[in-house]
Design a protein around this ligand. Structure first.
Ligand SMILES: Cc1cc2nc3c(=O)[nH]c(=O)nc-3n(C[C@H](O)[C@H](O)[C@H](O)COP(=O)(O)O)c2cc1C
Length: 164
C-alpha cells in the first residue's frame, strides 16, 4: 500500500461510507475488534482533516475505541461485501471475525487495519460525545432509538491514509 494525503482520496467518500460500507476497527495485536459501519462522515474540523463515526453503546468494538487512542476505517472492493455483512451482524464477543471472514489484520504502532482493504484511513481520536435526544431538532430522528441506545460520536483526526 502507498501513503497518500486525505485530499488525494479519489473515490466519493459519501458513497464509500454509505453504500459500500467500511470496517471500523481499534485495538492492538493482543486485543482488537472490528465492525461494519455505514454512518459516518469526512471533512475538516478545528483546522484538521477528520472523520466522524457513530457507535451504539452495545457494540463490542466501542470498548476498543474507548480504550485506544486510534481507530481505523477500512474500505474494500465489492467482493468483500459478505465479509462486511458478517462483521455487521455478528459480535466479536461471539466469533473471531478474522477467522470467520478471512480478513487478515495488520497492526501498525497505532491501529489495526486489514490487508485486503483498498483504502485505509487511520485516525487519532480527538473528541467523543454521546448523542442526547434533546439535541435532535427533527422529531423523527428519535425513531432511530426505540431502545434509547444513543450513538457515541467519535471524531478522529486523519493521521495516515493508505491506498492499494
Ligand atoms: C451496513 C451496516 C452498517 C452499520 N453501521 C453501523 C454504524 O454506523 N454504527 C453502529 O453502531 N453500528 C452499525 N452497524 C451494526 C454493527 O456493525 C453490528 O452491530 C456489529 O455486529 C457490531 O459488532 P461488535 O459487537 O463486534 O462490535 C452496521 C451494520 C451494518 C450491516
Amino acid at each position: 500500500m502507498r501513503e497518500i494525503s486525505p485530499c488525494e482520496i479519489k473515490e466519493n467518500i459519501i458513497k464509500l461510507i454509505s453504500k459500500d460500507w467500511a470496517l471500523l476497527s481499534a485495538g492492538k495485536k493482543d486485543a482488537w475488534n472490528t465492525m461494519t459501519v455505514s454512518w459516518g462522515m469526512a471533512g475538516e474540523l478545528w483546522g484538521k482533516d477528520v472523520v466522524s463515526v457513530f457507535v451504539r453503546p452495545q457494540r463490542y468494538t466501542k470498548k476498543f475505541i474507548d480504550e485506544n487512542d486510534y481507530f481505523s476505517l477500512c474500505f474494500f472492493d465489492e467482493n468483500y461485501k459478505d465479509a462486511l455483512k458478517i462483521c455487521g451482524s455478528k459480535s466479536g464477543r461471539d466469533i473471531d471475525k478474522a477467522a470467520a471472514t478471512g480478513l487478515v489484520p495488520r497492526f501498525d504502532e497505532s491501529a489495526v487495519y486489514f490487508e485486503q482493504a483498498k483504502l485505509v484511513i487511520i485516525c487519532k481520536k480527538i473528541a467523543s460525545r454521546e448523542m442526547s435526544p434533546e439535541s435532535f431538532i427533527e422529531e423523527s430522528i428519535k425513531d432511530n432509538y426505540p431502545a434509547g441506545d444513543y450513538h457515541t460520536t467519535y471524531i478522529g483526526e486523519i493521521v495516515t491514509v493508505l491506498e492499494k
